[in-house]
Design a protein around this ligand. Structure first.
Ligand code: ADP
Length: 161
């Protein structure tokens, strides 16, 4: 049976840290679904449609990656998608505690689905969507940190500030 993994997150916006995790997951699994969580508590900078288009563009060279969005429980969505794994990226130790809690709850909800943690690429260990937004807001060049389409979109978003 085809092994499907889900890379979930807010991706507001997608960074090169995310792309690194997604492409490594795509090397290991038959198919990877990048799933944007739409009911996040956070007020997003980019709409779901904008984020979906940005992820699509950033992963277009990866034939077994698809982009989608979901609302509600990740495990319900994962079952719908017939996924066998959830992939999460780990950066600093600070990610660990929260991720462990979520993984434990997800295991409780859907014992048949495994959560896999992938260590960040060292080059991106301090990279987050929020730090990128903060930098871009003050006209800092973030070309090294995000896909080209995102860099352009950030410049446009903050052009009038
Ligand atoms: P969430 O709001 O669910 O944390 P994010 O979009 O911030 O959504 O992150 C989605 C996933 O990508 C998480 O597993 C997160 O740990 C991982 N991630 C984010 N940035 C990086 C990075 N620079 N390197 C590795 N993994 C990352």
């Amino acid at each position: 049976m085809k092994k499907i993994a889900i890379c979930s997150g807010s991706f507001d916006p997608i960074t090169k840290g995310h792309v690194d995790i997604i492409s490594r997951a795509a090397d290991v699994f038959d198919a990877v679904v990048v799933a944007i969580l739409t009911n996040s508590k956070k007020e997003p900078l980019f709409s779901v449609e904008e984020r979906q288009a940005q992820i699509h563009e950033a992963t277009q060279s990866l034939a077994n990656v698809e982009v989608d969005a979901f609302e509600g429980l990740l495990m319900t969505y994962a079952r719908e998608k017939q996924a066998s794994a959830i992939i999460r990226g780990l950066r600093a130790v600070s990610d660990f505690e929260y991720e462990m809690q979520v993984a434990a709850m997800n295991k409780h909800i859907a014992p048949e689905i495994e959560t896999f943690f992938m260590m960040t690429n060292n080059a991106y260990s301090y990279l987050s969507s929020s730090i990128v937004k903060e930098a871009a807001k003050y006209q800092t060049n973030v070309d090294d940190l995000v896909p080209p389409g995102v860099s352009k979109a950030l410049r446009e978003k903050f052009a009038d500030q």
